[in-house]
Design a protein around this ligand. Structure first.
Ligand code: PMP
Length: 441
């Protein structure tokens, strides 16, 4: 446990997605970060096995990013994002576009994953309207999907605690596909599970119910991260692509986690060989050094929306901080590091070892499933009777206190380290979890 060096007033801050009262009884506070490590306020070092929140893909404190941000803030701290521009916003868009699937290369900048998702949903509606199919307004998400916390994102998202408080205020006209996780058939899958392609057929059922002419878009995370690392079954994404294409429905991949190397490829789209119409991005786009996000859009969608307007504004949407100069500087420096250090290839090279080490936990106490792809793994535990989530919470706390930062959601532990991780560190992470599981009731 870490305590602040001196008395710190904890009363004012309302922490997001946190049990505030509980946290404040026993705060774990971070003070520094470099490379693969955080340093807590009490000075103890913690190996970052989660890349912050799945976002610090190039490791912490990269000097090139620090320099780029410092230089930019001295040169021009801010430029209005509407009606005016700055050169680096165009350069950064080109740099992002180079990493996107062929033809999905028109870039709209945001500041976060949530904003990227709501932006993508709005682009989908604007596109259909521009083509004279304005009745296509239905959106389809998926159970156990996480798409941030905007009203659009929680509406297409499939996590009940995020939705129930706002239930009657969610977007109308939203349906959900079933999630793809079937423990009875796919426990301990290495890579993509063999079973579950047919879950995509549910889309045909929804189309039959509402008619394709009312449906604008389907949004899924190609690999669902936040709800516990749900790896898509073989053939599933391909099928989803085929069905959406057949019915003129746009396919949005939420690549906020999977973009920028997490699976050992530029994007999950590249990894799976399935090209969506729009991709949402954030997190790794700037190595999390400055809040930044983007939507990558198929050229035809962009061109259609622009062509439908006269000389005025084509898309009434944007943020004060779209393409903020610090974000564009951070993004360009980050993308340069990924390329120069070949970090996506590095992640790919490390994946087999990562998979083997993760699956050594299959027989560990309480473990009912280990799943993985690229440099991401989920370890699912049986819940403690009467106290769901308590076991994984205990693993998290013990790991942290013993120098390894993991993440947990419900009773699933998620591992997603920076792509600069060394082989020894991969072994250490899974060994630490194995040791700690022996001590957890
Ligand atoms: N989409 C996905 C797939 C995510 O994982 C996240 C964040 N974990 C978001 C959207 C929301 O991103 P942000 O927290 O930056 O708004």
């Amino acid at each position: 446990m870490t305590r602040p060096a001196q008395a710190l007033d904890l009363s004012h801050l309302w922490m997001p997605f946190t049990a505030n009262r509980k946290f404040k009884q026993q705060p774990r506070l971070l003070a520094k970060a470099k490379g693969m490590y955080y340093t807590a306020v009490d000075g103890h070092e913690v190996l970052d096995a989660t890349a912050g929140l799945w976002c610090v893909n190039a490791g912490h404190g990269r000097q090139e990013i620090i320099d780029a941000i410092s230089k930019q803030t001295a040169q021009m701290d801010y430029a209005p994002s509407f009606q005016l521009g700055h050169e680096d916003s165009f350069r950064a868009a080109s740099a992002v576009a180079r990493l996107m699937p062929e033809g999905v290369d028109r870039i709209f900048f945001t500041n976060s994953g949530s904003e990227s998702v709501d932006t993508a949903l709005k682009i989908a509606l604007a596109y259909h309207r521009a083509r004279g199919e304005g009745q296509r307004t239905r959106l389809i998400g998926r159970e156990r999907g996480y798409h941030g916390v905007g009203f659009g994102g929680i509406s297409v998202g499939g996590i009940s605690p995020n939705r129930k408080t706002f239930s009657s205020s969610l977007l109308p006209g939203v349906d959900h596909l079933p999630h793809t996780h079937d423990l009875s058939r796919n426990a301990h899958s290495r890579g993509q599970p063999a079973y579950g392609e047919h879950f995509a057929d549910e889309l045909e059922r929804i189309v039959a119910l509402h008619d394709a002419s009312t449906i604008a878009a389907v949004i899924v995370e190609p690999l669902a991260g936040s709800t516990g690392v749900l790896v898509p079954p073989k053939g599933y994404l391909e099928k989803l692509r085929a069905i959406t294409e057949k019915h003129g429905i746009l396919l949005i991949f939420d690549e906020v986690i999977t973009g920028f190397g997490r699976l050992g490829a530029k994007t999950a789209s590249e990894f799976f060989g399935v090209t969506p119409d729009l991709l949402t991005l954030a997190k790794g786009i700037s190595n999390a050094s400055v809040p930044a996000g983007a939507v990558a859009v198929k050229r035809e969608i962009h061109d259609t929306i622009l062509a439908a307007a006269a000389d005025g504004i084509e898309f009434f949407h944007g943020y004060t901080y779209s393409a903020h100069p610090l974000a564009t500087a951070a993004m360009m420096a980050t993308l340069e590091i990924y390329e120069r250090d070949q970090l996506f290839e590095r992640a790919k090279g490390l994946s087999p070892l990562f998979e083997n080490e993760a699956h050594k936990l299959e027989d560990a106490r309480h473990v009912i499933d280990v799943r993985n792809l690229g440099l991401v793994a989920g370890i699912e535990l049986t819940p403690r009777p009467g106290a769901p989530g308590a076991r994984a919470a205990e693993v998290f706390a013990k790991c942290f206190d013993q120098g390894v930062m993991v993440r947990y959601t419900g009773d699933i532990i998620a591992i997603s380290p920076p792509l600069i991780i060394e082989e020894e560190q991969i072994r250490l992470i899974f060994q630490k979890i194995a040791d700690i599981l022996k001590t957890v009731e």
